[in-house]
Write a protein that binds this ligand. Sequence first.
Ligand SMILES: [Ca+2]
Ligand SMILES: [Ca+2]
Length: 194
Amino acid sequence: MNSSVLNVGAMLCALVMSTSAAADYVIGAPVIVPADNSAVTIEFVSANAAYTGEFSFLGGGTVVQVTMPATDTGEPGLGQQVYVNQGGPTDAVLLQGTYDQGDVLHFAYRIVAPLEAADVLRTDVAADVNQFAWDAQNGLLHVEDIRATSDGGSDNDFNDIIVRITFTTVPTPGTALLTILGLLVTFRGRRRVA
Ligand SMILES: [Ca+2]
Ligand SMILES: [Ca+2]
């Protein structure tokens, strides 16, 4: 097999991989916390939109409702301000609070410019949920900033802002104590053997 055939094979493979990666998100799927005592960080991945929008964290709760609201740090009622899509890459942001397995995290996207496009999209509002698409496998949340209308309307590219959501398990005081006790037992056991 010559190298050009190998190169074509590699290109096809890359194409298939990128195609399947792009199709991994599910429109309207909730962002569900995978484990107890999870801290959550968000990173800006990319934005490709004519409109300017602000992405924020509303808090945790059930699929349909925020029951553990984040404190407003930007626009009143929209929780923890995280990113502006036209702002480009910035540092990862630690979200307020810790969450347990099965909690649903809620987000908002507020279009601020141009003024005629101004809109607020929220994952806890039934009419808005299909503006968000969650790729649980890769931890990527995609936002579509234009609502679909009967004559089309939206371009449905779901890349107007893309953020990566990462869950990290935080040891509770109880588990930390158990770990210390376990180490002490191990240490005593070793001394006795010696
Ligand atoms: Ca776009
Ligand atoms: Ca779009």
